[in-house]
Design a protein around this ligand. Sequence first.
Ligand SMILES: *Cc1c(COP(=O)(O)O)cnc(C)c1O
Length: 453
Amino acid sequence: MVDTIKYFLPETEMPRNWYNIVADLPEPPPQVIHPGTGEPIGPDDLAPLFPMELILQEVSSERYIDIPEPVIDIYRQWRPSPLFRARRLEKILDTPAKIYYKYEGVSPTGSHKPNTAVAQAFYNKQSGVKRIATETGAGQWGCSLAFAGAIFGISVEVYMVKVSFKQKPYRKAMMESFGASCIASPSDETEFGKSYLKNNPNSTGSLGIAISEAVEVAATNDDVKYALGSVLNHVLMHQTIVGLEALKQFEMASDYPDVIVGCTGGGSNYAGLLFPFLGEQLRGGKKIRALAVEPAACPSLTRGRYAYDFGDTGNMTPLTKMHTLGSKFVPPGFHAGGLRYHGMAPLISHLKELNLIEASAFHQNECFEAGVTFGRAEGILPAPEANHAVKGTIEEALRCKREGKSETILFNLCGHGHFDMQAYSEYFSGNLEDRDYDEQELAMALSGLPSVK
Ligand SMILES: *Cc1c(COP(=O)(O)O)cnc(C)c1O
């Protein structure tokens, strides 16, 4: 018998709904708070920013939510995505572990982001929205929303973190190809951007700053809505298509993961893969180990505080309880731009507090080293963000080797790195710095956390 390398689900087997883990949690996540009143917010508070259908998903506790038919039709262009068994990587590592990866780089823009971009654009279109403002880090989200905007005829305006804007010029070209506009953030297009630039003319930018700019545009223009590429409950839920497919693919493989690894910036790709499996566990199924991997230079889960904080640097958003480095914290510029966020998804944070998720942090050079090892074995060069998941996976596989255990490890290969080759070049030339965040700056940012009764 020939050993299977990839597990393909037919289009007809693609899941027809998203999974909402809130339905299976042992305790509900903390409420979202209005910074002015200190009271829980209601759907109306979010109405200037999002279409109502997405707001209702944000607060839903239904276990499954139907994927609209038009979204399914677009998903079918690249979904179901393949589940691979990394047999050559296993051999190179000489590990008894079985390594699988779900590959989201097959999407039109090369990452998991279209899974929610298409859904969000659909609900905006349905409610008559013609313009959306958003932020992007490395540009994966900007490209994905630009793609979705082109499909649904919505114009998209993207504030791209300045350090990434300079590092990854082809992502801007891709956004423009789909008809979107892309502006380096901080910019002088918004009041917040202008005031930030005045005090920090050489700012590298951050996701927190770019979010403030995009939220300002949506909040001050009646005809503009806002979209976020990660962090929020509805975004994590849209990504669960990844894990729901993987559940079926593991049935095909007659296997089941012992460990599930993912990189975490805002938490959405990891939640997407993990939550359907964690849901099985919470409903009495097999126990898994969940391992989130983050950058040592922006370590919200491992070094942040679990507290109420703003989602943006300009403090325009509601307060959510999450692992945070403080909304004023600006991480040093490194190449995994999608992981440069000061906070973590409230749902991931809550699960960490419930000890259902473990976390670890690595520097960028060791992550690129892992990515190159993976690439040489499997022929796919991961995005710098995904290299964190690869690093976590290799560490687990080597542990299995030391312990002589044949565990099954699954990780999310959430994107390819074909627009990130400058980072690989710098890695090979030895010019990649393992920058650490500034301890003093972190202490300052944490001391500025809002007080919530
Ligand atoms: C955006 C992005 C991330 C970080 O966001 P999450 O919400 O944590 O998934 C990670 N990897 C890739 C490839 C991305 O595009």
